[in-house]
Design a protein around this ligand. Structure first.
Ligand SMILES: NC(=O)c1ccc[n+]([C@@H]2O[C@H](COP(=O)([O-])OP(=O)(O)OC[C@H]3O[C@@H](n4cnc5c(N)ncnc54)[C@H](OP(=O)(O)O)[C@@H]3O)[C@@H](O)[C@H]2O)c1
Length: 295
């Protein structure tokens, strides 16, 4: 398989940047938004037909969850209808579509990690549009791998969101402003580089169907921020708040931890989110505070 031709859509996005690095032993064709507009069916078809890929990895999405509530047409155009087009094109070209989806397809009421078999029930426009995208892939492109992930942060930062949560917390701490972080939404923060490594391994091993990939363990956004400050030895004025007090436009699931058990032994063991966060901080040249040895 390594050596096969792989087109990565969204190649300079947060996940796309790490995918491009990790797929270095493949015949990789990186496609940025300037190279391909997935909402333009004819252009996308022409670009992919010329490349003749064995795999297309689609990381492109309209990821600004709050803006999706108002820009419903755009959310469905990018996250659902363009994905339908990609599925059609990949089916016609007889290549495998690897498509990235989200934990926000769930309503958050389960209270324990979601498996691939759990019923979906999105509670915001972003989640509904991403779920529609999944359905199109499953219905149209037989050769597919759908990967749901959660709480992504990577060295490139999300181009859609303008950075990532870790960088935002560090910046706010350095600015000395009081920081309030939501404590009633629990999820699995996931390092984009780890996800990219797992995707490469899954593609190499011929994985197909629907899979959950997230760093293991769980935390609230408040706990995540606390760990960032602890690892960096920062002491900002920092308090917990609730989602309702925070008042974001889109509702988000209160609990969206993804159980990543389905791939079992076929891929490397997942790192705990705390370990991956420490790795990210080192990869971005931060000095972490030495932790106390266990008593
Ligand atoms: N970020 C998260 O916390 C998170 C959590 C769960 C799942 N996911 C999923 O993970 C995937 C990757 O997310 P990410 O954080 O890497 O996002 P990102 O940094 O915003 O990257 C998305 C990339 O797609 C490109 N793109 C956007 N619209 C496009 C279009 N219409 N045609 C072609 N290219 C387009 C963007 O280019 P421009 O910026 O130049 O437009 C960007 O390079 C997405 O499917 C997302 O739904 C993300």
């Amino acid at each position: 398989m390594r050596g096969s031709r792989v087109a990565v859509i969204g190649a300079n996005g947060q996940l796309g940047t790490d995918l491009v690095k990790v797929f270095d032993e493949w015949d990789l064709v990186p496609l940025t938004h300037a190279d391909v507009e997935i909402c333009d069916y004819a252009q996308t078809r022409q670009v992919l037909k010329a490349i003749r890929p064995d795999f297309v990895i689609n990381t492109a999405a309209f990821v600004r969850v709050d803006d999706c509530e108002e820009e419903v047409g755009k959310a469905f155009s990018v996250n659902a209808f363009a994905v339908r087009s990609l599925a059609q094109i990949c089916a016609d070209l007889d290549c495998t579509l690897v498509h990235i989806s989200t934990d926000y397809v769930f309503d958050g009421k389960k209270g324990e990690p979601y498996t691939e078999e759990d019923l979906t029930n999105p509670i915001n426009v972003y989640g509904a549009s991403k779920l529609a995208g999944e359905h199109f892939v499953q219905a149209i492109c037989e050769k597919h791998l759908i990967i749901r992930t959660s709480g992504l942060y990577g060295k490139a930062g999300s181009s859609g969101k303008g950075g990532n949560f870790v960088e935002t917390m560090i910046r706010l701490a350095q600015e000395g402003k009081p920081i309030r972080v939501i404590d009633d939404q629990v999820f699995s923060p996931t390092y984009a580089r780890d996800l990219a490594v797992l995707i490469e391994e899954a593609v190499q091993k011929g994985a197909c169907g629907l899979h959950h990939f997230a760093n293991s363990g769980q935390c609230s956004w408040y706990e995540f921020a606390g760990k960032i400050f602890e690892l960096l030895g920062l002491n900002p004025e920092f308090s917990a708040t609730t989602a309702s007090k925070f008042g974001a436009k889109a509702r988000r699931p209160a609990y969206s931890v993804l159980g990543s058990a389905k791939l079992g032994g076929s891929v490397s063991a997942w790192r705990a989110w705390e370990e991956s966060l420490a790795a990210y901080l080192l990869d971005t040249q931060r000095t972490c505070v030495e932790s106390e040895p266990d008593a």
